[in-house]
Design a protein around this ligand. Structure first.
Ligand SMILES: Nc1ncnc2c1ncn2[C@@H]1O[C@H](COP(=O)(O)OP(=O)(O)OP(=O)(O)O)[C@@H](O)[C@H]1O
Ligand SMILES: [Mg+2]
Ligand SMILES: [Zn+2]
Length: 363
């Protein structure tokens, strides 16, 4: 099976999920013919920087696009060559590979030569923060007086490592992490295009594991489909990803609330028997306890931020009401200490069991 995130890389702006501000501003600029000569796209990995950079390149050079429009046609020779990855006037430089010294030198030599057959010569400089000082300075010189036919698009995950003098010459766009529903929607689209059925919850688990990156979600989906080609089930996804779901930690917390020491210990034993990693479980538990504390202090905190599903948010709020702020702080501290001990413990689950007993005894 081909690599999904390459196969489904959006070919029009309408296929982009999220990044509304970036898309709106850029498509307006394209429609009105007000193109900058230098852009800086920054933000976390796998959220559309390179994709939108190529879309911009395609749109400005598209031979069928009329004034007032912004979508590339994907039919003309220019669009076709960009889609195929062999357009002469789109130069992609990967600053990570050799830190860009030769490329920037070539760039300086070639920059004044007019484009071969397009309106613009577009330079996409990926991982721009990896450019050496020398290459950065050379680039800066070019950015000070770019020729009319040149457009630079610098992409980076590390804005703070870009020379301020370079950043200030660019029109800057921040790319945001994608939300859970946005990623799920994208996964649904890919599944249906591939003719694969999937349980909604299974896709949510994949989306959550990707932590806001569409590419990561798509590669996970790829792995899952390889192993389970016809229907994607929640249970299998959990097994494949080795994830300890939120539900498994909230169940333990429920035993705290009911002060059911015996059941809590049985439950822990049962999940570790099943082969769940103690350290992962412990991390997940701490992160969940932290979330409980955060909603306790600010009940709206997760309403905007879509890292949880609706059911999880409701469950979180319900459980939060059962504890005082002090309780939560105390429980967190107990499990933070246990977490330290797991690494060295002869029996890794023992620190968690002791912590569980301590928590229930003291509530
Ligand atoms: N906003 C988005 N809308 C739709 N698909 C996306 C989006 N962001 C990422 N993708 C998917 O993820 C793939 C990789 O995205 P892209 O290469 O644009 O990420 P990036 O931000 O440049 O990441 P990196 O910082 O790692 O280079 C795309 O081919 C596409 O399938
Ligand atoms: Mg990229
Ligand atoms: Zn075109």
């Amino acid at each position: 099976m081909p690599v999904l995130y390459r196969k489904y890389r959006p070919k029009t702006f309408s296929e982009i999920i999220g990044q509304e501000y970036v898309v709106k501003t850029l498509t307006n600029a394209i429609s009105m013919g007000r193109i900058s000569h230098a852009y800086l796209f920054y933000g976390t990995r796998g959220v559309g920087k390179t994709t939108i950079a190529r879309l911009l390149a395609k749109a400005v050079n598209c031979q069928n696009r009329k004034d007032g429009e912004y979508e590339p046609c994907n039919q003309c020779i220019s669009c076709y060559e960009i889609n195929e990855g062999n357009a002469l006037d789109l130069i992609e430089i990967d600053a990570a590979s050799n830190r860009g010294i030769d490329e920037i030198r070539n760039l300086k030599e070639g920059i004044n030569i007019v484009p071969v057959k397009s309106k613009y010569k577009v330079y996409i400089i990926d991982e721009a923060h990896q450019l050496t000082k020398e290459a950065s300075n050379a680039l800066l010189k070019t950015l000070e007086e770019p020729p009319q036919h040149a457009i630079f698009i610098l992409c980076t995950t590390e804005f703070s490592k870009i020379l301020p003098t370079i950043a200030s010459r660019c029109q800057r766009f921040e790319f945001k992490k994608l939300t859970l529903p946005q990623i799920v929607k994208r996964l649904e689209f890919i599944c249906s295009s591939e003719g694969v059925k999937a349980e909604e919850e299974a896709l949510e688990i994949i989306a959550r594991a990707a932590e806001g990156s569409s590419r990561d979600a798509e590669s996970l989906l790829n792995e899952v489909i390889n192993l389970q080609p016809d229907i994607i089930k929640k249970k299998t996804v959990e097994e494949i990803l080795g994830i300890v779901g939120v539900e498994s930690v909230s169940r333990l917390v429920e035993f705290f609330i009911k002060k059911e020491k015996k059941k809590a210990l049985e439950y822990l034993d049962q999940i570790f028997q099943r082969g769940i990693d103690v350290e992962n479980f412990s991390k997940r538990l701490i992160s969940y306890l932290r979330d409980l504390l955060l909603v306790k202090i600010n009940p709206e905190i997760f309403d905007k931020n879509n890292i949880f599903t609706k059911e999880e948010r409701e469950e979180l709020k319900r459980q939060m009401k059962e504890f005082s702020e002090d309780d939560l702080k105390k429980i967190l501290k107990i499990f933070l200490e246990a977490q330290q001990e797991i690494k060295w413990a002869e029996l890794p689950q023992l620190p968690l069991e002791l912590a569980t007993i301590e928590v229930i005894d003291n509530l």
